[in-house]
Design a protein around this ligand. Structure first.
Ligand code: NDP
Length: 306
């Protein structure tokens, strides 16, 4: 199979790239990956994506984006790309069904995966009080007490954000210090409704249909806190492994792009969405970067008369 534009991934970045590439007559071929629709399909309500004044479920929003791409005849395939080779153009890729693809340009939109603790109770309450995105879900916990796990910049940022919406915000930190930058630490130390529980780990998320509290274990033994929301902020894992042989990433695995563009170090290979964004990780920023990637791909094809 040969395509002018192969898009890998089906979150807001991948589908937006597909809409733009399809409307530019690139006849893009998009492989969804194992979770069609990406991370948003495991959140509940999305209220901060422009254009949905009443909010929308993550699943419905992603279905809308897919249908929008299909309307312009993007070729969307349910399956995964398992191998790529960026040695020379046309680049090649292999799918999980062993289909070989040749692509003049490739848009990487494989996203990132939030890390979870791995507790069965955490899994049980995903979307029912357990969340890995305070900016997405914090609003639902207005006036309520919540907990944030982690001590890095993300945890501090999320705790600070939640402190403006919620009652009390507990930070559950496994060591006796934060990993976050000094300025971020200063910020959370100054916020009166954030309480840091040092050298503390989560044993179990408690609830009855939805989260009601957390069992903790720490240097002073076990204790229970009552919270309605339990936010994971222990890092994200960018899904970039497959590309690292060819494409430069930062020390955390995020794909490096030329600032202000979606260009990677390999000509004709572009990256967008969370796989190249350690900072914002929002659906709308991912969609915006998907648009940029499609425009960059189109310009590359025109410049190379492909
Ligand atoms: P980090 O890896 O920096 O921090 C992860 C935090 O989670 C650490 O405190 C770590 O503890 C803790 N943790 C990890 N695993 C567990 C576990 N199983 N149980 C309990 N705690 C755990 O991830 P971030 O997402 O915070 O940041 C990623 C990168 O993005 C960093 O480079 C960060 O600086 C950057 N970033 C920058 C921002 C900014 O500049 N505004 C905002 C957000 C992120 P421990 O310290 O003990 O390992």
């Amino acid at each position: 199979m040969h395509t002018k534009c192969l898009i890998i991934g089906s979150g807001p970045a991948g589908y937006t790239a597909a809409v733009y590439a399809a409307r530019a007559n690139l006849n893009p071929l998009l492989y969804t990956g194992m979770q069609p629709g990406g991370q948003l399909t495991s959140t509940t309500e999305v209220e901060n994506f422009p254009g949905y004044p009443d909010g929308v479920s993550g699943q419905v929003m992603m279905d809308d984006l897919r249908r929008q791409a299909e309307r312009f005849h993007a070729d969307i395939r349910y399956g995964s790309i398992t191998e790529v080779n960026f040695d020379r153009r046309p680049y090649t890729a292999l799918t999980d069904e062993e289909t070989a693809i040749e692509a003049e340009t490739v848009i990487i939109a494989t996203g990132a995966t939030a890390k979870y603790l791995g507790l069965p109770s955490e899994e049980k309450f995903k979307g029912l009080g357990v969340s890995a995105c305070a900016t997405c879900d914090g609003f639902f916990y207005r006036g309520k007490d919540v907990a944030v796990v982690g001590g890095g910049d993300t945890a501090c940022e999320e705790a600070a954000y939640l402190s403006g919406l919620c009652g009390k915000v507990y930070m559950i930190v496994r060591r006796n210090e934060l990993r976050a930058s000094a300025s971020m630490q200063k910020k959370v130390f100054r916020i009166p409704n954030i309480e840091i529980l040092w050298e503390t780990q989560t044993k179990e998320v408690l609830g009855d249909g939805k989260v009601t509290g957390v069992w903790l274990t720490g240097k002073e033994g076990d204790k229970k806190i009552s919270v309605s929301g339990f936010f994971l902020a222990i890092g994200h894992h960018p899904n970039s492994e497959m590309f690292r042989k060819w494409i430069e990433t930062d020390e955390n695995g995020y794909i490096k792009t030329v600032p202000g563009t979606s260009k990677t170090g390999v000509e004709g290979v572009f990256a967008c969405g969370d796989v190249q964004d350690p900072h914002y990780r929002q659906a709308v920023t991912a969609a915006g970067s998907g648009c940029k990637a499609a425009i960059d791909a189109e310009r590359f094809l025109v410049a190379n008369r492909l």
